[in-house]
Write a protein that binds this ligand. Sequence first.
Ligand code: UDP
Ligand code: MG
Length: 317
Amino acid sequence: MMSEPRRLLSLISPFYNEEHGVCAFLERVDALYQTLADRYDFEVIAINDGSRDRTYEELLKAQATHSYVTVVDLSRNFGKEAALSAGLDFANGDAVVPIDSDLQHPPEVVLELVAKWEEGAEVVLAKRVDRRTDHAVQKFTANGFYKLHNSISDIHIPADVGDFRLMDRKVVDALKQLPENRRFMKGLFAWVGFRTATIEYHVAPRSTGKTSFNTWKLWNFAIEGITSYSSAPLRIWTYLGGAVSAMALLYAVYLLIKTLCFGVDTPGYASLMITILFASGVQLIGIGVLGEYVGRIFVESKRRPVYIVREVIKPHR
Ligand code: UDP
Ligand code: MG
């Protein structure tokens, strides 16, 4: 029988202060490796995103027993999006799977992703079927975000799909060509397109430690997502300005006629005050939105690298 060259599967996994999770994660990944080893070569790119605990030491220790782990040590905490970009750059796989290191993305699900890939999909999305681990407010805001984002952006981000997915080499190469510095990964993933399949999975609770995304961070993340892919917030001001001007014109006509027919009555403080306050408030919001975009242009224009690597530690096979 002619044997095809073995294909390589890469997992890319960002670690930020996960010292107690490293062992548990790699144990589960090892089980996955055992099931795939007869068909695939396997590598795990572990990105240490400037952890302030012993994550780095734990990862190096784990390399001794897990011969497929490459550690990419970033020079400081660059955030999950940058860590994933680093992972994409260092992964060599024919298929690449970003996966959280806190075991919220069960490694066994990768088998299903691979199965769909073998059937010909270039992107296989893992969609979370329930947000059991989120509380009501999170669910509500997440839904709101997807609705708002998808209604005003050129790209469609599928709801309840995170970074957990499988990407063919073609897709990874396309992603690596995108030059932007601020990387809202979900959006970039959606932007490149390709033939896509979806599977479903249940999000697990975190293995240890706690999430590093609080409400304020998530809020800013949502704004980032929207302003990265849509200029609708800018365009709104054209319409709003038009509407306010039209109302002002009508009111002016009304005032003119009233004054001509009935003469001047001095009281008018309240209406004057309300108009001034309303109009200046609207202007300030408009400037704020403008500032948001100018800020993004400013950051992008510096052309800084997305992340900086201190060291890449290859496994000693
Ligand atoms: N993470 C990272 N850099 C950061 C924050 C998080 O690499 O600045 C990693 C973290 O180690 C985990 C994944 O990103 O593997 C998801 O983070 P977390 O569990 O805190 O977020 P959540 O699952 O609550 O969205
Ligand atoms: Mg998590």
